[in-house]
Design a protein around this ligand. Structure first.
Ligand code: TYM
Length: 335
């Protein structure tokens, strides 16, 4: 078993990333390693380039995202933690796979359609090709499992299609088909201002997302001002039908406390949001506060965080080099 997953260094880690992906990554360090497997996590700085980031911010964001992952519980002694750029085999494999992936497959990617919007002609080729690099990221290590939020599921299905076509075209089972692992507790955390759109780093409203670097007061304020409805909390999940904002807050409470949402509802049934929101804010502060404190300490020594990435990349390269060679030879390339 080999778990591989990545995160872009755009802005700060938010509650959606944490509950949808990173919390699983941390839990998997124990579960997978107990079964003799490996966990590899990386900062997808090359994917980060698909949105404009000033060069100085890119460097700082990469260090900050790495420190945040460590603060959230990723242990660089037990997981291989690195950034994509330092392992050039990701880009090389991506080019090779560009010749396997079909234009029709990429045209179906909903994330590209959302991000490009109406101005498709003006979108970068990198944004269009994003999912092929993502396929390379996981196929390069023969990942068996890829823990991600629901929004990345389609990209991983594409990675499986690319791997299957490669294996068929070249007549050998070179690539392992990666299995997406979508968090059951928090597949899609929604914006605190609008239950119909996901919590996202690119949302311009600061009040829509809770960041792991937010102060206790900011966290409490964001939950206090979160959009809700005037009704009381119902006894069962069915009662949350058509109440997207209420459902989202219950999901967040349940995911933060590792409880079943039905169990959380049983506790708060009959109460209004005036009573529930402060409880949710306290829980979020208690969970995120210690992460923020560790993060602040880690950022006192940014050089050390950089060295951690360097050491992780060395290990990742040792794994990537033989697989890339195998792919190149299989395709008949002279090396
Ligand atoms: P990124 O940086 O956008 O998001 C990182 C992880 O957080 C999850 N996520 C969410 N989960 C639940 N609710 C939300 N509101 C929410 N917002 C984000 C994402 O699904 C993701 O798991 N393309 C990837 C980065 C990547 C990658 C890879 C992942 C590059 N190569 C290879 C896995 C394997 C991304 O969008 O990350």
């Amino acid at each position: 078993m080999r778990v591989v997953s990545g995160i872009k260094p755009t802005g700060n880690l938010h509650l959606g990333n944490y509950l949808g992906a990173v919390k699983q990554w941390v839990a998997m360090q124990d579960d997978i390693q107990a079964k003799g497997g490996e966990t590899m996590y990386f900062i997808a700085d090359l994917h980060g380039l698909t949105e404009w980031i000033a060069p100085a911010d890119m460097a700082a964001n990469t260090i900050e995202m790495t420190a945040t992952l460590i603060a959230a519980g990723i242990d660089p002694e037990r997981s291989i933690l690195f950034n994509q750029t330092r392992v050039p085999q990701h880009s090389e494999l991506s080019w090779l796979l560009n010749n396997v992936a079909r234009v029709g497959w990429l045209n179906r990617m909903t994330q590209f359609k959302d991000k490009a919007g109406k101005n498709r002609e003006g979108a970068s080729v990198g944004l269009y090709d994003y999912p092929v690099l993502m396929a390379a990221d996981v196929l390069l290590y023969n990942a068996t499992h890829v823990p991600v939020g629901e929004d990345q599921k389609q990209h991983l299905e594409l990675a499986r299609d690319i791997a299957t076509k490669f294996n068929n075209d070249y007549g050998r089972d070179l690539f392992t088909l990666p299995e997406p692992l979508i968090s059951a507790a928090a597949p899609r955390i929604m914006s605190l201002r609008d239950g119909a759109s996901k919590m996202s780093k690119s949302n311009p409203s600061e009040m829509s997302l809770v960041k792991l670097i937010d102060t206790d007061d900011q966290i409490a304020e964001k939950f206090r001002k979160a959009k809700t409805d005037p009704d009381v909390l119902p006894e069962t999940m069915e009662g949350l039908e058509g109440r997207a904002e209420a459902r989202n807050l219950i999901t967040i409470y349940a995911a933060l406390s590792d409880r079943d949402p039905a169990d959380v509802l049983a506790q708060f049934a009959g109460q209004g949001f005036g009573a529930f929101k402060p409880e949710l804010a306290d829980l979020a502060v208690a969970t995120l506060g210690p992460i923020r404190e560790r993060l602040t300490r880690l950022l006192d020594d940014r050089g050390e965080v950089g060295r951690i990435l360097e050491r992780g990349a060395e290990k990742a390269r040792d794994m990537a080099v033989p697989l890339l060679l195998d792919v190149q030879r299989t395709m008949g390339l002279q090396i």
